[in-house]
Ligand binder design. Sequence first.
Ligand code: SAM
Length: 298
Amino acid sequence: MLSYIHAYHAGNHADILKHLTLSLILEHLCKKDKPFCVIDTHAGSGLYRLDDERAQKTGEADSGVKKILAQINAEKSSFESQAGKSFFSLIQEYYARGEYPGSPLIENFFLRPGDEQILSELHPTAFEELKNCYYNRRKFCDENGLNFIEPALHKRDGYELLKALTPPKIKRGLCVIDPSFEDASDFEKCGQVISRVHKKWSAGIIALWYPLVAHRSAEISMMKEQIAASVEATEPKILDVQMEIKRKEDMTGLASLYGSGMFIVNFPYQLDEELKEIMPELSKILGETAAVWSVEAL
Ligand code: SAM
């Protein structure tokens, strides 16, 4: 089932949590000169226009990226002075052009010559948009004398691609798994694929985004248990980050999103501390009926 279209949701609170965490991980990978690879299994369209009628219809960016940038522009936030500042300046730069960057462009921003990016997107329209987004990005980089790292684009099932490419040629790196979770089978697939990938690529960082929706709490717990059981560790190797922006009990429909989380296997050293510094302010700005967050190392 491919009915989910990210253009309706780009720049919402869930994107902010996901893309901030992703940027922090990439900042860590950039600390060493050694090349790294990024595999993004559910890439989406790459770039989103905030005046697109799909974005306008839901207005979700209003309670995500727009709220954050309003605080930054009013000089009421400390985001630009701590870890993650490159993410906040990146979304400012795109916002000035009426755009919000998806995970592929955020990853590409951090890549250096020698690094590698592999993307898969199954939806035919989103895949065409992704190709187009990279065509424009290459042109922009050429015109402005910037480095452009050519990604490998696959119109292919992201779970299959990840299993087939693991372990990658460049062993240092990250995979990003960001399904729409419209279908309950995504929870099971994530549990299975992550357990398998971790066995074959034990040093790889695996960053999974997951929704907080009341009617899926059992599936979410089972998925996390399956992943945790496959990771043998004498010290914490998994980081579970959550941000609730509404109270579960205030939700009118059980299927409504009241927040989201990131489940990260092999999280970089001190990522937990960096997030603990940012989350109080982030959740205060984005929280609607709640401003609850947690950062737990397992
Ligand atoms: N990661 C993107 C970002 O942060 O900008 C957003 C991705 S969106 C939540 C999920 C995407 O996965 C959709 O574009 C959908 O078409 C795509 N998709 C759904 N099932 C897929 C599959 N099995 N393999 C690859 N892509 C899939």
